[in-house]
Ligand binder design. Structure first.
Ligand SMILES: NC(=O)c1ccc[n+]([C@@H]2O[C@H](COP(=O)([O-])OP(=O)(O)OC[C@H]3O[C@@H](n4cnc5c(N)ncnc54)[C@H](O)[C@@H]3O)[C@@H](O)[C@H]2O)c1
Ligand SMILES: O=C(O)C(=O)C[C@@H](O)[C@H](O)[C@H](O)COP(=O)(O)O
Ligand SMILES: [Zn+2]
Length: 358
C-alpha cells in the first residue's frame, strides 16, 4: 500500500509518498517535478552501503546523472564544520543553483543536507529520502533544517521545504531496533498531541511494530506523517500551533545536550514526554489514568521514562534555558491535557520545574 499526502503551503507545496518500494519510484517521482540533469545525493557510509546503488539506479533510468557525497555517520555531522566541507565539495564539482540535492538517510542527514541546500548559492532544490522511522514520521517533513552549534541543538537553521519526500518503509527492515525505538518516540508524540486513534493503535500493536512488520509500520508512519503535515500546513513558520510538535523537546533537547549527544534524539524526547506528562499531572491538567497510559506506551516501546544521572538538574536547567521556545525569558512547556490534546504553558512555577527535573 502506498500513501500520498499533499503538503499544501502558501509558497511551495509538495507530496509525501509513503510505502513499500517507494525508493525504486524516486526517479520517476522526481522527474515529474524536475527536468533531467545532474542531481547530488548526500548520505553517510551506513545508509550509502545499503541504499545508494538502488537510488542511483532509479535516478539514472529516469534520465538523471547522480553524484553521491558521503559524510560521517552520527549527530556530530550536524555541524557547521560538515556543512562547510559540503559547500566546498559542491563548489569544486561546480554544482549549480538549479541542481537538486537529495538527502538519503535519517534525521541527521536530512537536517544537514536541508541546511546546506537552503544556503548553498542562497538555495538549491532539495529532496528528502528518509530511511529512519524518525525521519519518515517527522524530520523529513515540514522544512525545519538545521545544524547544532557546539552542544546547542538546531541553533543555526532555516525553514526550507523539500520538493518531494519519498519514504520507502521497507528501508526500516535494516534499521537497528534501537533506531526503531528512537523513531517510535516521535510517533508516540504525534499520537499524544493530535491523534487518539493512533495512540490506541500503538497501545495495541507495539510488539508487532517493534518486530518491524512493514504493513503495520507503514500504517503508523502514514498516520504520524498526517499529524505533522496537518500542523505544518497551519503554521509553517512555527509562530504558534507548530509549537505542539515540541512536546517532550524542552526537556528532551536538554537531555541530548547534557549527555553530549550520547542519548539519541528519540530517546531524549521519550524522557522529555514522560517529564512533561508528569508536570501536567502535577498541575492537575492530566488525569492519572492518561498519565499512566502515556508512560506505559513509552515503556512498551522500550524507551526510558526517566534519566539516571547524578546532580544533572542544574545542567539540565541551564540547557533548557537555551530552548528556542522561550517566551520573554519564560520557559514554554507543551503539556498534555488528555490523549490527543496538548496546551502550551509559560507560567509553570520554578519549584514545580525543579521537582519534575529531580
Ligand atoms: N527537522 C526536524 O523536524 C526534526 C525532527 C525530529 C528530529 N530531528 C533531528 O533528527 C536527528 C535524529 O535523526 P535519526 O533518529 O534519524 O538519527 P540518524 O540520522 O543519526 O540515524 C540513526 C542511525 O540509523 C542509521 N540508518 C539510517 N537509516 C538506516 C537504515 N534504513 N538501515 C540501517 N541503518 C540506518 C544511520 O546511519 C544512523 O547510524 C536529530 O538530529 C534530531 O534533532 C529533526
Ligand atoms: O517540526 C517541528 O516543528 C518540530 O518541532 C519537530 C521536532 O520533532 C524536531 O525535533 C525539531 O527539530 C525541533 O525543532 P526546534 O525548533 O525545537 O529545534
Ligand atoms: Zn524531535
Amino acid at each position: 500500500m502506498t500513501y500520498q499526502i499533499h503538503v499544501n503551503l502558501k509558497e511551495r507545496s509538495y507530496p509525501v509518498c509513503i510505502g513499500e518500494g517507494v525508493l525504486g519510484q524516486t526517479g520517476d517521482l522526481l522527474a515529474e517535478r524536475n527536468s533531467s540533469g545532474r542531481v547530488v545525493v548526500i548520505t553517510n557510509p551506513t545508509v550509502g552501503r545499503l541504499y545508494a546503488a538502488g537510488l542511483t539506479e532509479t535516478l539514472t533510468s529516469s534520465g538523471f546523472e547522480p553524484e553521491v557525497i558521503t559524510v560521517p555517520d552520527g549527530e556530530a555531522s550536524k555541524s557547521l564544520t560538515t556543512a562547510g566541507k559540503l559547500y566546498e565539495s559542491l563548489a569544486r564539482r561546480k554544482v549549480e543553483r538549479t541542481t537538486p540535492i537529495l538527502a538519503l538517510g535519517g534525521g541527521v542527514i536530512g537536517d544537514l543536507t536541508g541546511f546546506v541546500a537552503a544556503t548553498y548559492q542562497r538555495g538549491v532544490p532539495f529532496v528528502q529520502i528518509p530511511t529512519t522511522l524518525l525521519a519518515q514520521v517527522d524530520s523529513g517533513i515540514g522544512g525545519k533544517v538545521a545544524v547544532n552549534v557546539g552542544r546547542l541543538k538546531n541553533m543555526a537553521g532555516a525553514f526550507y521545504q523539500p520538493r518531494l519526500v519519498a519514504s520507502d518503509t521497507t528501508t526500516l527492515l535494516t534499521l537497528p531496533l534501537k533506531e526503531i525505538r528512537n523513531g517510535m518516540a516521535e510517533v508516540i508524540k504525534s499520537a499524544v498531541i493530535h491523534d487518539p486513534v493512533l495512540f490506541a493503535f500503538l497501545e495495541a500493536n507495539m510488539p508487532v511494530l517493534l518486530n518491524r512488520d512493514v504493513k503495520t509500520l507503514t500504517y503508523a508512519v502514514h498516520r504520524a506523517a498526517e499529524v505533522k503535515v496537518n500542523v505544518v500546513e497551519q503554521d509553517e513558520g512555527d509562530r504558534g500551533l507548530r509549537h505542539i510538535l515540541n512536546f517532550g523537546h524542552t526537556f528532551g533537547h536538554a537531555v541530548e545536550s547534557v549527555s553530549n549527544f550520547k542519548v539519541g534524539h528519540g530517546t531524549a524526547v521519550a524522557i522529555g514526554m514522560a517529564a512533561a506528562s508528569r508536570m501536567a499531572y502535577r498541575l492537575g491538567m492530566l488525569s492519572g489514568n492518561d498519565l499512566e497510559r502515556i508512560l506505559k506506551v513509552i515503556m512498551a516501546a522500550g524507551l526510558p521514562v526517566s534519566m539516571v544521572a547524578k546532580n544533572a538538574s542544574p545542567a539540565l536547567m541551564r540547557a533548557m534555558l537555551h530552548d528556542k521556545k522561550i517566551d520573554n525569558g519564560k520557559l514554554k512547556f507543551i503539556l498534555p491535557t488528555g490523549i490527543g490534546t496538548v496546551t502550551a504553558r509559560t507560567d509553570v512555577n520554578p519549584e514545580i520545574i525543579a521537582e519534575v527535573l529531580r
